[in-house]
Design a protein around this ligand. Structure first.
Ligand code: UGA
Length: 443
C-alpha cells in the first residue's frame, strides 16, 4: 500500500520503517530539511537498536523515502499518518498545534478518498478536531472529497521500538467508518501473525486507551517508589517485597522496579496531560496527581541520600555518575532523573564526572561545556579520584562491576545505587558503603 507519514520522530520513523519493511511504499515528511538529508544518507538522528540497517535497506530498495515536500507526499498516501510531536503546554496539557497544522495540509491537498490516521498521543476528542480541520480546508477549497480519521495510538518503547513495532501485542484502531477499518485491517495484516491483535473501538476510547496504558504503568512505578520509601522507614528491603508481590500474577513482575523516578518523553507528559484533561472536564484526578507528585520527589531521592551521607558538605566534591539516559538502550535525556540530580549537585557546588554508553553527546548538547561537568568514555574513568559513585541508569554494563577496583579508585568508597542493581551485602563486603532505594538500612 502507499503510505505517508508526517513526523520523523521516534514514532513516525519507526512506524514508517516497519511499514516499508512489510513491503509498503512509505514517504516520510518532516519540516526539518537537515534531518531529511541525514535520513536519506542513512544517518539516523536517534539511537534505536536495529533501526539504522532497516532504514538504509528500505531506503535503498526504494520503499522508504524522506522529504520536506508535503504536497506530493499527501498525494502519495492512501493512508496518511500524523505522527508529529505534542509537547506539553505551559499548564501540562498537550499542545496540538503541529497535529492540527498537518491536518490542514492534508485538507489542502487530498484529491481522493484518504484515511487520516492519528498516531501522536493526543487528548480525547482530537480525532474530532482533526476531522474538523480537514473538513474546513476542503470547504475552503469548495470540493467534496471523502476522508476518514482514525485514532491508532502507538505503544512502542524506546530501546525496543523496532521489536515492538514489528511484533505488537495489540493494535488499537479507533474508527467509526467500516471503510477506514477495512483499510487498516489490510495495512496491519502482516503484523497480525497467528492471531488477530487488532482491537477496534470508537475514536475517543482509543485516545483514552493510550493515556490509560501509560498512566497505569507510571502508577505502578510511583506505587513501588512509595513502598520503597516506607520500606526505608520501617527497616524492610523493597527488593524482597518486590519479589514477594510480583509472584502474584494479578500484580506481575513488570514495572514494579523502584528507582530514581520515571522519565522519558511519555510518562511524565502523559500523566500530566491526562490529569489536566480530567480537571478540565471537572473531575478531580487525585490518583494521577499523586502519581506525578511521588515521581517528582523520587527524582530528588538520590541527592537527598548523598547529601545526608556527607552531612550537607558537597562543595568541591567530585561525584561520579554511571548512566545519564532516562533508561538503558537509548540516548534520550528527556525528563531523565540524571538531570535533576546533576542540577542539584551543581547547585550544591559539586562537580559531576559521568559515563553513559550513549547519552554523552545529548548531555553535552543540553548543558554545553561547563567546568563542573566532565563526560568520560569509560566507566572506571568516571570514578577515578571521585568521592562517590551514583548509579542512575541500569545499563547492563554496570551490573557486575569489579568492586575491588571501584573501592581503590574512589577516595571515599560509597555507592548510591539508584536502580538497586547490587546486593548490599556484596558491596559492603568489598569495603564500600552502600545506599539503595528502599533497602532498610539506608536510613
Ligand atoms: C513508555 C511505555 O512503556 C510504552 O508502552 C509507550 O508506548 C511509550 O511510553 C510511549 O507512550 O510512547 P518509554 O517511555 O520508552 O515507553 O519507556 P519505559 O520503558 O516505559 O520507561 C519509562 C521510565 O520508567 C524510565 O525512566 C524507567 O527507568 C522507569 N521505570 C520503568 C521504573 O522506574 N521502574 C520500572 O519498573 C519500569
Amino acid at each position: 500500500m502507499k503510505v505517508t507519514i508526517f513526523g520523523t520522530g521516534y514514532v513516525g520513523l519507526v512506524t514508517g520503517t516497519c511499514l516499508a519493511e512489510m513491503g509498503n511504499h512509505v514517504v516520510c515528511v518532516d519540516v526539518d530539511a537537515g534531518k531529511v538529508d541525514r535520513l536519506k544518507a542513512g544517518d539516523i538522528p536517534i539511537y534505536e537498536p536495529g533501526l539504522e540497517p532497516m532504514v538504509v535497506r528500505n531506503h535503498g530498495d526504494g520503499r522508504l523515502d524522506f522529504t520536506t515536500d508535503a504536497v506530493p507526499a499527501v498525494g502519495h498516501g492512501e493512508v496518511v499518518f500524523i505522527a508529529v510531536g505534542t509537547p506539553p503546554d505551559e499548564d501540562g496539557s498537550a499542545d496540538l498545534q503541529y497535529v492540527l497544522a498537518v491536518a490542514k495540509t492534508i485538507g489542502d491537498n487530498i484529491d481522493r478518498y484518504t484515511v487520516v490516521v492519528n498516531k501522536s498521543t493526543v487528548p480525547v476528542g482530537t480525532a474530532d478536531r482533526v476531522r474538523g480541520a480537514v473538513s474546513a480546508r476542503l470547504q475552503a477549497r469548495g470540493v467534496e472529497i471523502p476522508f476518514d480519521v482514525v485514532s491508532n495510538p502507538e505503544f512502542l518503547k524506546e530501546g525496543d521500538a523496532v521489536e515492538d513495532c514489528m511484533r505488537p501485542d495489540r493494535i488499537i484502531v479507533g474508527a467509526s467508518s467500516p471503510k477506514a477499518i477495512a483499510v487498516l485491517r489490510k495495512l496491519y495484516a502482516p503484523f497480525n501473525r497467528n492471531h488477530d491483535r487488532m482491537v477496534v473501538m470508537d475514536e475517543r476510547s482509543a485516545e483514552l486507551t493510550k493515556y490509560a496504558a501509560n498512566a497505569m504503568l507510571a502508577t505502578k512505578i510511583s506505587f513501588m517508589n512509595e513502598i520503597a520509601n516506607i520500606a526505608e522507614h520501617v527497616g524492610a528491603d523493597v527488593e524482597l517485597v518486590r519479589q514477594g508481590i510480583g509472584a502474584d500474577p494479578r500484580i506481575g513482575y513488570h514495572f514494579i522496579y523502584p528507582g530514581a523516578g520515571y522519565g522519558g518523553s511519555c510518562f511524565p507528559k502523559d500523566v500530566q496531560a491526562l490529569a489536566r484533561t480530567a480537571h478540565a472536564v471537572g473531575y478531580d484526578a487525585r490518583l494521577l496527581d499523586a502519581v506525578e507528585a511521588v515521581n517528582n520527589s523520587q527524582k530528588s531521592r538520590l541527592f537527598a541520600l548523598l547529601s545526608r551521607h556527607f552531612g550537607g558538605e558537597l562543595k568541591g566534591r567530585t561525584i561520579a555518575l554511571w548512566g545519564l539516559a532516562f533508561k538503558p538502550n537509548t540516548d534520550d535525556m528527556r525528563e531523565a532523573s540524571s538531570r535533576r540530580l546533576m542540577e542539584q549537585l551543581w547547585e550544591a557546588g559539586a562537580r559531576v564526572r559521568a559515563f553513559d554508553p550513549e547519552a554523552a553527546d545529548e548531555t553535552r548538547r543540553i548543558y554545553g561545556e561547563r567546568d563542573d561537568l566532565r563526560l568520560v568514555d569509560r566507566p572506571y574513568e568516571a570514578i577515578d579520584g571521585a568521592d562517590a559513585l551514583m548509579i542512575v541508569t541500569e545499563w547492563k554494563a554496570f551490573r557486575a562491576p569489579d568492586f575491588a577496583r571501584v573501592k581503590s579508585l574512589l577516595t571515599i568508597p560509597v555507592i548510591f545505587d539508584g536502580r538497586n542493581l547490587y546486593d548490599p551485602a556484596t558491596v559492603e563486603e568489598a569495603g564500600i558503603a552502600y545506599y539503595g532505594i528502599g533497602r532498610g538500612r539506608s536510613l
